[in-house]
Ligand binder design. Sequence first.
Ligand SMILES: NC(=O)c1ccc[n+]([C@@H]2O[C@H](COP(=O)([O-])OP(=O)(O)OC[C@H]3O[C@@H](n4cnc5c(N)ncnc54)[C@H](OP(=O)(O)O)[C@@H]3O)[C@@H](O)[C@H]2O)c1
Length: 263
Amino acid sequence: MDLGIKDKVVLVTASSKGLGYAIAQAMLEERARVAISSRNEESIKRAAESLSQNGKYDVFYEAADLAKAEDVERLMDRVLNHFGQVDILVCNTGGPKTSNFTDTNYEDWKNGLDMMLLPVLQMTQRAIPKMRENKWGRIIFMTSTWVKQPREKGVISTMARSAISGLSKHLSNELASDNILVNQIMPGPTWTDRSREITARLSEARGVPVEVIKEEIAKEIPLGRYGTAEEIANAVTFLASDKASFITGSSLQVDGGQIKSTV
Ligand SMILES: NC(=O)c1ccc[n+]([C@@H]2O[C@H](COP(=O)([O-])OP(=O)(O)OC[C@H]3O[C@@H](n4cnc5c(N)ncnc54)[C@H](OP(=O)(O)O)[C@@H]3O)[C@@H](O)[C@H]2O)c1
């Protein structure tokens, strides 16, 4: 199926590995022009090389720490100077500290918001003018099912991402007349380095093997397993595509059925 995004310019952040990397890969397969970014220069360069598949695809990369406003501005300057526009903005971030509210302090909240909320506002604001001019745009916010169903030790994620959910719905109304569609994707448990780190920490804290933790989580999921980064990327690519031209202001959970509510 032709998804109609050939030659569209895509920026996916936090993309040297995990969900962001898989999203970049899926967009390249649709022949979109792709820019990726993460903090570590070496990692993002390696990711760009790997995504390029020996020159089959051209991948633009820039190292930038989303927690630093000046890095985010430089990232947007570099991408906009190179491509002239961003047609599809996929706002993905690193994951925050996992803790309960009473275990967090001011620095933790600030770090979480600096990395997960403020750069999303900056990037979105910089991408909108060209989308408006072109009367075409897609903004996809990567959040989490924790927005819908908070979990133990997920307070920073739930708090920062709930703000993004509100932004997503607001923007979908504000930008609809310019044919800019705005949606959020809420991934459920997906097997990436972040899930590996979280299960390893739980395993250590509880003194049980990682496999036991993994099985417990998989049992909560009707499909009986973690998702893959590619499965999340498929949903993002669909929402970015021309086939999703009547979908805006939506929140799509991609979680193997883990959320129990009806809507
Ligand atoms: N995996 C899941 O089950 C799941 C479910 C729901 C939501 N999420 C959320 O989805 C996001 C991506 O998760 P993932 O599983 O793909 O994690 P991952 O595999 O650990 O990858 C994280 C990516 O973020 C980059 N990154 C981290 N901090 C950054 C920063 N300050 N500035 C720029 N880039 C940064 C990392 O590269 P560098 O180290 O080079 O910066 C890496 O590319 C996270 O916010 C996570 O909480 C994940």
